[in-house]
Design a binder for this molecule. Structure first.
Ligand code: ACO
Length: 414
């Protein structure tokens, strides 16, 4: 399986989180240190999830010189409702109709931030199946995350990302170790079909995310251990990439994996850390999610590993904000962009979470690959620094409290 990706970030506008703190009357550092975010991107009145998707698909086909006729499956992950029946995929068909290719399977997948992963797994399964006709799969993740006024609002964002799927890939799935956790909860949902805002229980959504992470990690480790015959720990992951609603939750998530390793007596946790975590060893799992001392302590103890294994994935999520379905894959793109020269032979563990809830942990093994699908060329096409630098910073957040207008297209910003 392979993934070549193209990201749309340059057409977007953004606010600095420190300016939003002032605008919202939040205490200094609440969004930048408390949530760990630098900027928040948003669609202007001339962009939406469809236009962003059209941009990334066109750009990917052009930059990798892919004939549109070579696409046999197109799947879109999104939770941004544009139409209750017509899929975003059908809008993207305009690109393929022009070249006479209408023989393309796939529609949209939707469940909060997980739809992109569902779309990706569908494409990978298709390429691995008896139905595969030798052509590429294409996955598009696209969302505009906007929240009603209140504490969730600074965790918005917007982006689209496209990924090409096929054999002989530089980024290949370790399909046998996939582990999922699915359940019925109301942590974040969109019951009001006339509103783009979710109903969100922020604290519950954090706990659900961490519970799902624990469950997926336990099952991922068990599957690995059964097949490989050795214990799995975070030492076996060169990078850990998380769905990133905001960076602080990513810090907490990696610390939670570290605590899991401690509970499983793994060598990834040194003796000093074992001693410091010992007082928490007998907490019930419910108590462990509520313990502030454990949360802070494990974050500190895992910090040196976080800096190596997680920090390279945080570039785009910190600069753009929550991209819902695109968030996890923008974090992966950040690792590829930052570390492409040293990724060959390494393993990246991915954690996908969508409220409601659906979650999967899976992993990739990397190799340099062949041009144009080499890691070096993927990093060059991603061109993240230039894309981020070409964005437009907005300095008059007077309209910030009025974000619903952006998507109705009847009022400009600033
Ligand atoms: N300087 C530094 N840190 C600060 C400051 C300050 N001035 N003020 C507050 N903080 C810290 C807090 O201590 C806290 O950090 P901690 O978690 O390490 O203790 C952090 O900032 C957040 O502050 P809180 O008051 O705890 O939370 P808040 O009421 O602002 O809400 C929340 C945060 C729940 C994340 C909210 O933004 C939200 O609901 N977001 C949407 C839901 C979400 O993203 N959930 C994640 C999974 S589901 C999904 O992906 C959509």
């Amino acid at each position: 399986m392979l993934l070549y990706s193209e990201l749309n970030a340059d057409a977007l506008n953004y606010w600095l989180q420190e300016a939003l703190e002032v605008h919202d009357g939040a205490s200094k550092g609440k969004y930048t240190i408390g949530l760990g975010q630098d900027c928040m991107a948003f669609c202007s009145e001339v962009e939406d999830v469809i236009s962003m998707s059209l941009t990334v698909v066109k750009s990917l086909l052009e930059k990798y010189h892919i004939d549109p006729k070579l696409i046999g499956r197109l799947e879109v992950g999104s939770e941004t409702v544009i139409d209750k029946s017509k899929s975003i995929k059908t809008w993207l068909m305009q690109i393929f109709e022009e070249s006479g290719n209408t023989d393309i399977e796939g529609v949209d997948s939707s469940n909060a931030c997980y739809g992109g992963t569902a779309a990706l797994l569908n494409c990978v399964n298709w390429v691995e199946s008896r139905c595969w006709d030798g052509r590429y799969g294409l996955v598009v993740c696209t969302d505009s995350a906007v929240y009603a006024e209140g504490p969730a609002r600074p965790t918005g964002g917007a982006a689209a990302i496209a990924m090409l799927i096929g054999p002989n890939a530089p980024i290949s799935f370790e399909s046998k170790y996939r582990a999922s956790h699915m359940a019925h909860v109301y942590d974040f949902y969109k019951p009001d079909l006339a509103s783009e805002y979710p109903v969100v229980d922020g604290k519950l959504s954090q706990t659900c995310y961490l519970m799902a992470l624990d469950s997926c990690y336990r099952q991922y480790c068990a599957k690995y251990e059964k097949l490989v015959g050795e214990k799995f720990s975070i030492s076996d992951a060169d990078y850990c990439v998380f769905h990133s609603p905001y960076n602080k939750l990513v810090q907490k998530s990696f610390a939670r994996l570290y605590f899991n390793d401690f509970m499983r007596n793994c060598s990834s946790v040194d003796n000093d850390a074992k001693e410091k975590l010992q007082p928490f060893a007998n907490l019930t799992s419910e108590e462990s999610y509520q313990s502030r001392d454990l949360e802070k302590g494990s974050q500190q103890l895992a910090k040196h590993l976080y800096d190596i294994k997680v920090q390279p994935s945080t570039l785009l999520p910190k600069q753009i904000g929550n991209m819902y379905t695109a968030s996890l894959y923008a974090a992966l793109a950040s690792v590829i962009y930052n570390k492409h020269a040293s990724l060959s032979g390494q393993r990246i563990v991915m954690f996908s979470y969508g409220s409601g809830l659906t979650s999967t942990m899976f992993s990739f093994k990397l190799n340099e690959g062949q041009h144009p699908f080499s890691l070096t060329n993927i990093a060059s096409v991603l061109d993240v620094t230039a894309k981020l630098e070409s964005r437009h910073v907005k300095t008059c957040p007077g309209h910030y409290g009025d974000m619903s207008f952006i998507h109705q297209g009847n009022q400009g910003l600033c």
